[in-house]
Design a protein around this ligand. Structure first.
Ligand SMILES: [Zn+2]
Length: 347
């Protein structure tokens, strides 16, 4: 079947490729409907690698997906043919020590779509464990279903932060993940979420949500704004979602004594951290790697209407135009948040 294949760094093709489609007893086969383009897909396209994961042979891209169940394994109980679903792209070894602890996102054996050498799902069909396949509520579209994966990272960050009702949060970085974190923090009970960036176009996207307050750091320092807003006390929770080494300069000035800093962005190089600044406030530091046990909750929030991800979908392409979609994503248009590719009709 035809798939969007990353042949090597910088070379994409839409071509036939053999993908395993055997449905085991615990699996479902899914006709893919919508796939979002993630920063990691684009990075493999432009750089051919992310950290230790190096593209050595052609790989199908795409891991943010929704579709329709077309075949069900004999042992599957909770899904039926025709169900609209979204899928968790990482499949852990369920017997692993990490999985038994409920930390399956950090299972060293996890196989994650579109992470070499595992193929992604920019293809008409995939076979996936039913345990990591989630039925979409009737009022959640395929496009929204394909947004659950990036939103799940924001949800994981809010969960790790242990937000309390009324908390004031500060998010560094207004990229797609920063916005997802801000929305999840609001849904978790934050009263106000300040978000910083140097791009006024990115901040304008976040500003359309009541409760999210944009701060352009070309105009004012983030620390100054947070201090002013909190009477000099600091934010209860600070999320680092930029991955920029510069964000670590003065990071602990943003947080209140006894507050929490959650590290979400992944810096490429080692960064210097002001340990004394953290210790003097007894800051709790948390980290986020993907997500575990989040998809059900994300779908609940979206279905309830408390979180609306639709305004973040800034472009939709037909499967035949996938390469153009990736070229636009690689161009890094600042007003784009999420581009999606549709492989089938209907909503
Ligand atoms: Zn992603």
């Amino acid at each position: 079947m035809q798939a969007l294949v990353l042949e090597e760094k910088g070379v994409l093709s839409l071509r036939d490729i053999d993908l395993p489609l055997t449905v085991g007893p615990d699996d479902v086969k899914i006709a893919i409907h919508t796939v979002g383009i993630c920063g990691s897909d684009v990075h493999y396209y432009t750089h051919g690698r992310i950290g230790p994961f190096v593209l050595r042979e052609p790989m199908v891209l795409g891991h943010e997906a929704a579709g329709t169940v077309v075949e069900v394994g004999s042992a599957v109980k909770h899904l039926n043919v025709g169900d609209r679903v979204c899928m968790e792209p990482g499949v852990p070894n369920l017997s692993s020590r990490a999985s038994k602890l409920g930390l399956y996102n950090v299972d060293p054996d996890v196989r994650f779509w579109a992470t070499p050498p595992v193929h992604g799902v920019l293809a008409p069909f995939t076979v996936h464990p039913a345990a990591f396949t989630y039925k979409l509520p009737d009022n959640v579209s395929f496009a929204e279903g394909a947004m659950v994966e990036p939103f799940a990272i924001g949800m994981q960050a809010a969960t790790r932060a242990r937000i309390q009702p009324g908390d004031v949060a500060a998010v560094i970085g207004c990229g797609p993940i920063g916005i997802m974190v801000a929305l999840a923090a609001l849904a978790a009970g934050c009263s106000r979420v300040f978000i910083s960036d140097l791009s006024s176009e990115k901040l304008a996207v976040a500003e359309q949500y009541p409760g999210i307050l944009p701060v352009n750091i070309l105009e004012r320092s983030f620390a100054e704004v947070i201090a002013e807003a909190t009477g000099g006390w600091g934010a209860d929770v600070v999320f680092e979602a930029s991955g920029s080494p510069r964000a670590f300069d003065g990071l602990f000035e943003l947080v209140r004594p006894g507050g929490t800093v959650v590290l979400v962005g992944l810096p490429v190089e080692k960064v210097a951290v002001d340990v004394a600044g953290a210790i003097s406030k007894e800051v709790r530091i948390e980290t986020v790697f993907r997500y575990a046990n989040i998809f059900d909750r994300a779908l609940e929030l979206i279905a309830s209407g408390k979180v609306d991800l639709k305004p973040l979908i800034t472009g939709t392409y037909d499967f035949a135009d996938s390469i153009a979609a990736f070229e636009r994503a690689a161009a890094g248009n600042t007003s784009d948040v999420k581009l999606q590719i549709r492989l089938a009709d209907g909503t």
